[in-house]
Design a binder for this molecule. Structure first.
Ligand code: DLL
Length: 437
């Protein structure tokens, strides 16, 4: 069953005609009501009437995160604040966050798109969603919550933390779906195992994991430890929050991005030139229905590939390959580009290692160095140092062969790497801290 069958299976020509109408309205709204856009478009000598086809999106200015930050807190709002019924904010670790606003209609659309996403993941009225995304300014908690209610699913507003209590309630309330970051799901699985609770015996059927990059190897790990289908859900505060796209249960390969509400481009990270389907680049998104916080060509910094091939589920919306990482999280180690998810995939193919890891990067003299700290599985640790040395040598070789970078792999006892409650910190880059001093 498809929740919103007319919109989700719209033939592409009709979908594009709808996108164009909505793009024209959005551009008009931005130009008339947001000073930043009026100035940016005037500078390019572009008026709303110049947008006559979807191709014309290329005429519009990009929007970058820094520009949103410069307009803190409400400078990018396209409606008077008395029409804004909710705000959220990005989790910026330093400086001011990016604040986004929603009108009543925005909240309606967001709830609807999350309901659509949950439905694509196989949820139906009668299901119970244990929602362990954080509630608050972060969009994960309330975003999933409203979507569940809209679909008619019971929402359990757990938020993150208190892992033992989460496990008790997951089991007592007989949740059929779990939503949280993949790293927190792993934390829950590990804690349950240490308490002797077998989560695989619960009615839990599906996991909605996102808000951070993760690998297919992590998917297999979570699927086998929790006995569920683990699906990838994508979104970002600037566009509304979770529910911009999701993998469907049938395809489980690429995330459908809801193109009736978002115009998706993939662009060259350096030049900003639009790229054809199938090429890897940065995802840029234009909102098509948002009232309070419309954005034109927002540069997400997320690196992926778009795929327009039809999906066996029948949905016609373009699919985005699992995000490999953010352009600003990409490590450049002695000239080689490395995403933490690539390292994750190799660590997780090594059975004797546990899936908890952190990457440390530093500069030694003129050379970058990368150390991968990873935990041993208890049986590996019990085998002693010599055996662990052999495993780390093997992983070092795999990393060199598959990613092309030499690094040191340090294996630690179980439980020594920090567990995540939300978005995991995968990289500690001492080069950045050193240059900030
Ligand atoms: O993380 C919204 C969200 C909540 C998405 C719950 C999914 C589930 P932000 O905190 O603004 O919003 O972070 C957005 O997180 O640009 C990506 O870099 C990353 N991200 C989000 N989903 C995924 C995913 C929420 N499925 C930023 N895979 C985005 C990889 C993801 N990265």
């Amino acid at each position: 069953m498809i929740f919103d069958v007319d919109s989700e299976t719209l033939p592409r020509e009709e979908l594009q005609a709808l996108q164009l109408r909505r793009l024209q309205v959005t551009v008009e709204r931005c130009y008339e009501t947001v000073r930043f856009y009026r100035e940016a478009m005037d500078e390019l000598e572009i008026k709303p009437r110049h947008i006559q086809s979807l191709e014309d999106v290329k005429l519009l200015p990009y929007t970058k995160k820094e520009q949103l930050r410069d307009n803190y807190p409400f400078g990018m709002f396209a409606v008077p604040t008395d029409q804004v019924i909710r705000v959220h904010a990005s989790s910026g670790t330093s400086g001011k966050p990016i604040v986004v606003g929603y009108t009543r209609r925005d909240i309606f659309h967001w709830s609807h798109l999350v309901a659509r996403s949950l439905s694509a993941a196989g949820l139906r009225p009668g299901d119970r969603l244990h929602n362990a995304y954080g509630y608050g300014l972060f969009t994960g908690g309330l975003g999933l919550h409203y979507g569940a209610e809209t679909l008619g699913v019971m929402a359990v507003p757990m938020s993150s933390g208190q892992t033992q209590r989460q496990i008790m309630l997951l089991s007592d309330f007989e949740a059929t779906a779990l939503s949280c970051t993949p790293s927190y799901a792993l934390n829950i699985a590990e804690e349950a195992e240490s308490l002797g609770i077998d989560l695989r015996k619960l009615p839990l059927r599906v996991g909605l994991f996102g808000a951070e990059p993760w690998s297919d190897e992590m998917r297999y790990e979570l699927e086998s430890r929790l006995h569920i289908d683990a699906l990838d859900i994508y979104g970002l505060t600037e566009m509304m929050g979770p529910g911009v796209g999701i993998e469907c249960l049938e395809g489980k390969h690429g995330l459908h991005l809801w193109e009736d509400h978002f115009l998706i481009e993939c662009v060259d990270v350096d030049t900003g030139e639009p790229l054809p389907y199938g090429e890897q680049g940065e995802i840029a998104i234009t909102s098509l229905t948002k009232e309070a916080f419309p954005l034109l060509r927002f540069r997400t910094r997320d690196i992926s590939v778009l795929d327009a091939a039809p999906c066996k589920c029948g949905r016609t919306h373009v699919r985005m390959r699992r995000v490999s990482g953010r352009s600003d999280d990409m490590l450049i180690i002695r000239g080689v580009n490395v995403f933490p998810t690539q390292v994750e995939a190799i660590l997780m193919r090594t059975e004797t290692l546990s899936p908890f890891y952190q990457i440390e990067v530093a500069r030694e003299g003129f050379m970058d160095s990368m150390v991968i700290n990873v935990e041993a599985s208890p049986p590996l640790y019990a085998k002693g140092q010599e055996f662990m040395d052999r495993v780390s040598a093997k992983v070092q070789k795999d990393l060199k062969d598959f990613i092309g970078v030499s690094c040191r792999v340090q294996i630690h006892p179980t439980g020594t790497i920090e567990r995540s409650m939300g978005k995991a910190v995968r990289v500690i880059d001492h080069r950045k801290t050193a240059s900030n001093k």
